[in-house]
Structure formats: structure tokens, C-alpha cells
Design a protein around this ligand. Structure first.
Ligand SMILES: C[S@@+](CC[C@H](N)C(=O)[O-])C[C@H]1O[C@@H](n2cnc3c(N)ncnc32)[C@H](O)[C@@H]1O
Length: 291
């Protein structure tokens, strides 16, 4: 109905039904939720308006029509919206940033007790987030721990700019800095925590990933080299020079990488202190110290 009259005013309830119908007929999982979020975002309306005032006339529906078409073409919902929630924070996405995943919240939960303990004991705690992307991990930790501060590192200038904007919007820029660097290349000083969710997919497996990941997440955020372990070798070998005495390394890993990453870190003098699983019960986070 809307494509023939994009300039007309459409009742909010009818827009929602039409968006839901199109998405569900195309087999989009979570069609109802996606329709609601697209309608709210692209018409500037709220969920309660849709419930209490479904006849509310909405003008200028072209952006909504275009957004639904993008979803029908397979683009992930949050890429279209341009943001995603992570650890309760609204984070802007951009072309070269990974869409942060709920499983990565496991890493935030894993480091917070250590960050709080160091902050309480010393009045400060410094965190280095390698491969920061949107800034997700570091910003989540800073939002939960007011005495912590940190540096987000990314090889992508676009990611560094996005993480910086996210810190501004969240009111965290006084404790957050971001730098473009190939891992430790531009880094100096020592940090209490080195955190990273590095690219860890073996190069050969990228082609076989779901279309939504393969086409819309940046390859540089996914590709961990021939066996997926290259970044862990770099962090394991070079990390000790940037770690404060008694510090912690916290790493997200692929579900089948626990033994390999533990072996790499052990060979560099680290000790595994904890291994955590994600919401699906898969190995997801490893914590190491240097005795
Ligand atoms: C899996 S993403 C993680 C993004 C974010 N930390 C998160 O958890 O949502 C990996 C990130 O590492 C960055 N990266 C890839 N190679 C890098 C390198 N050599 N040096 C620094 N960052 C790199 C990518 O640009 C990407 O932002």
C-alpha cells in the first residue's frame, strides 16, 4: 500500500502491519520485532504511541520504505538502524566497525571484578582495549566503573573515529582515548588490564560465514589469519611489555580455541586464571596473568 503513496500520511498501526507482513512473507526471523524497531526509528514514533494511538498519521514514509527494502535484501537490522545496544549502552556503528555481539558481554562481566578491585585499592585502573571497534568493551567497563580509564586501539581510522564519538555521546570521553595502531605499535606505558576481542576466524572460513556476517561485518574485524590465531600470538608475545605488575589479560576466543590460545599464552609465560563460557555454553573468554 505504501509504495504507491509514499507522500501520503499513513496511520501508524497500518505502517507497522505492512512492514511486519513484508518481512514475515520474506521469511525474516523476528519479523515483528524488526518491523517495530524500523518503524519507530524511521518515523520517530514510540512503542506506546503504536499501542495507544494506532491511527496517528505519519508523513514522509520514504525512509521507512527504503529501510524495509534493505532488510528484505538481507542487511542486518542494526546496520540499517546505525546503532546497537551493548551492555545497556547505545553504540553507533559504522562501515568498519563490527556489530558488537551479546556474547562479548561475557568479557565485560569477566573483567569488572578485577577492575573494581584495582580501582578501589589504588583509586584508578588503566585498561587497554585492543581492536576496540565501536569501543564496546572499554566503554562498557568505564560506564560500570567510574574510577577506571583506558585506551581503545584499532587499525581502522573509521573505527577509532566511531569509538571516539561513542565515548562523547556516552559522556565518557574524559576517561577514554582512542588511537589508530597496528596492535601495540603506537602504544606506550603499562596497563592493569589488556582486553581484546580480536579477529579470530581462520581466513579460509570467512567465505562460509552467514551472509549477514560475511557481507556486512568488516573482514578486518573477522580474519585472524590462516589458523585464526595470529592476533593471540602477537598479544601473547608483546603484551607483557605493556602490562602493569599484577595485571590481567582478558581475551575473547572462538568456541574451539581454548586449548590453542592457552598453549600460545603459556609459551609466552602467562598463566590461565579463569575460563568462561558464553550465554550458549561455549568457551568464550580466557583470563591470564603473569606470575
Ligand atoms: C572482532 S572485532 C572486535 C570489535 C569490538 N572490540 C567488539 O568486541 O565489538 C576486532 C577489531 O580488531 C581490529 N583490528 C584488526 N586488526 C587489527 C590490528 N592489526 N591492530 C589493531 N586492531 C585491529 C578490527 O578493525 C576490529 O575493530
Amino acid at each position: 500500500m505504501w509504495a504507491t503513496m509514499p507522500d501520503a500520511a499513513h496511520p501508524l498501526g497500518a505502517l507497522l502491519r505492512e512492514a511486519r507482513r513484508r518481512l514475515s512473507e520474506a521469511g525474516v526471523t523476528d519479523a515483528a520485532l524488526d518491523a517495530r524497531l524500523l518503524v519507530e526509528h524511521f518515523t520517530g514514533t514510540t512503542r506506546s504511541q503504536a499501542i495507544t494511538d494506532p491511527t496517528l498519521p505519519v508523513h514522509g514514509v520514504e525512509p521507512l520504505i527504503a529501510a524495509v527494502e534493505r532488510r528484505l535484501a538481507g542487511e542486518p537490522l542494526h546496520r540499517i538502524l546505525g546503532f546497537r545496544e551493548f551492555y545497556g549502552l547505545k553504540l553507533e556503528l559504522s562501515r568498519e566497525t563490527l556489530e558488537p555481539r551479546p556474547d562479548t558481554e561475557t568479557l565485560v562481566d569477566a573483567v569488572l571484578p578485577f577492575v573494581r578491585e584495582v580501582s578501589e585499592r589504588r583509586g584508578a585502573c588503566r585498561i587497554l582495549d585492543l581492536g576496540t571497534g565501536t569501543g564496546a568493551i572499554l566503554l562498557a567497563v568505564l560506564s560500570a566503573c567510574p574510577k577506571a580509564s583506558g585506551m581503545g586501539v584499532d587499525i581502522s581510522a573509521d573505527a577509532v573515529a566511531t569509538a571516539t564519538r561513542n565515548a562523547d555521546h556516552l559522556g565518557l570521553s574524559n576517561r577514554f582515548a582512542a588511537v589508530q595502531s597496528d596492535w601495540f605499535e603506537e602504544i606506550s606505558g603499562r596497563y592493569d588490564v589488556i582486553a581484546s576481542n580480536p579477529p579470530y576466524i581462520p581466513s579460509q572460513q570467512i567465505e562460509g560465514l552467514q551472509q549477514e556476517v560475511r557481507h556486512f561485518d568488516p573482514v578486518r574485524a573477522l580474519d585472524g589469519g590462516a589458523d585464526g590465531l595470529d592476533p593471540y600470538r602477537i598479544i601473547g608475545e608483546q603484551g607483557p611489555a605493556y602490562l602493569a605488575h599484577g595485571g590481567l589479560a582478558a581475551l575473547e576466543i572462538g568456541h574451539d580455541q581454548k586449548a590453542d590460545v592457552t598453549a600460545i599464552f603459556s609459551s609466552c609465560g602467562w598463566s590461565l586464571v579463569e575460563a568462561l563460557t558464553d550465554l550458549g555454553g561455549n568457551d568464550r573468554v580466557l583470563l591470564f596473568t603473569r606470575p
